[in-house]
Structure formats: structure tokens, C-alpha cells
Design a protein around this ligand. Structure first.
Ligand code: URA
Length: 199
């Protein structure tokens, strides 16, 4: 399937009840050839209004987190487990995740990332391990089918509890190290002057 076919199918999806209350389908954003795929949980209010993932308060923090390790929205791809906003930002139901996960699978097959970063418990439980414990296992690395995977605290959790930020800084540095090891096209040496960096 091509990106265009996939996006058109996703935009027209009526696969679960979230289709009835959404304003926009939030397909995904970023570099379709990225080595690194970030996966969140599902759109919030701002994302539902704008049709773009992580543009509300949590998204602003995600942009800062990316910049800490010299990444931005042009160097990674960002998508969610469910593409439509759950009412009042409740956790997406398993039935909703089941109805939607095929789109993320197809996106992942097209991107073929080397690294997947799950943002929060819901994404980590869906992508890494159904028994994933975010408080204990954030920052740990897992490998499946040659893809390296890890999870960070969700940016919303970091907004609610800034005490989690130092641990997240270490997790981000670990991701930067993995990118340096595996993804020469994505790694930016922060000590290189800007004009000598790869575009
Ligand atoms: N939280 C998410 O998990 N995804 C978004 O796109 C926005 C907030």
C-alpha cells in the first residue's frame, strides 16, 4: 500500500465509535523515511482540532525533548496508537486500539524505522509488552525483528510531575546514543558547528 492509499483509508475510517465524535483524524507527522518513530497514545483536544499529533501542551514539551537530543519533527516520524480523540481524553479502549492498530502497522511497514520510542504506558503496553510497567521499565531497550524499542514517560505525565524529568533526560540521552550507534543519517553531533552538520 502507498502512503496516499493508507492516508485516504485512515481519513475515511469508521472502524470504531471514536469516528462519531472526532473533528479530525490525526494520521501522523514528520519524516516518512525516518530512522526513529515516536508513538503516542491518541490525539487530545488540540490535536483533534488541528489534525496534527502532539501540538497541545504535551506536544510543546515533546518538541523540547526532541531538541534536547538534536532531533525535530523533520528528522523523526510521530504517530499515535489511535488516530481519533477519545472523549475527554480517556485512555483508548482495547477495542478502539484493535480497530486502529492496522494503520500504525502499515505506517511502520512503510517507514521501516530502526528505533521505536513509545511515549507513555499505553503505547508501551501495545507495542513492547502487554505487561509493561512504565515506572520500572522506562528507558530500557528491547529488540524485536531487528527494531530497537524503548519507552519514555508520556510528556503529559512530565507536565503533571516534573520530578520525573531528570530520569527522562537520561532516557533521552540513551536514545541519542542508540541513534549514534545505529542511524548515521539521523545522528547530529552537537559539538559540530551548525553549518558543518548534515542537512
Ligand atoms: N498525547 C498523545 O498521546 N498524542 C498526541 O498526539 C497528543 C497528546
Amino acid at each position: 500500500m502507498t502512503w496516499e492509499e493508507l492516508e485516504a483509508r485512515c481519513m475515511a475510517c469508521q472502524g470504531c465509535g471514536l469516528a462519531d465524535t472526532r473533528r479530525h483524524v490525526v494520521f501522523g507527522v514528520g519524516n516518512r523515511k525516518a530512522d526513529v518513530l515516536f508513538i503516542g497514545e491518541g490525539p487530545g483536544e488540540q490535536e483533534d482540532i488541528q489534525g496534527v499529533p502532539f501540538v497541545g501542551p504535551a506536544g510543546q514539551l515533546l518538541d523540547v525533548m526532541l531538541s534536547v537530543i538534536d532531533l525535530d519533527r523533520t528528522s523523526v516520524y510521530i504517530a499515535n496508537i489511535v488516530k481519533c480523540r477519545p472523549p475527554r481524553n480517556r485512555d483508548p479502549l482495547n477495542t478502539e486500539q484493535d480497530a486502529c492498530i492496522g494503520f500504525l502497522r502499515a505506517q511502520t511497514a512503510l517507514i521501516r524505522p530502526k528505533i521505536i520510542v513509545c511515549l507513555g504506558r499505553i503505547a508501551a503496553m501495545r507495542i513492547i509488552d502487554p505487561n509493561f510497567r512504565i515506572t520500572r521499565q522506562h528507558g530500557q531497550w528491547f529488540q524485536r525483528a531487528g527494531v530497537h524499542m524503548t519507552a519514555l514517560y508520556h510528556p503529559s505525565a512530565l507536565l503533571r510531575d516534573p520530578g520525573k524529568r531528570p530520569e527522562t533526560f537520561l532516557d533521552l540521552k540513551s536514545i541519542q546514543g542508540k541513534i549514534k550507534e545505529l542511524c548515521p543519517g539521523t545522528f547530529v553531533d552537537p559539538l559540530l558547528p551548525a553549518k558543518e552538520r548534515n542537512p
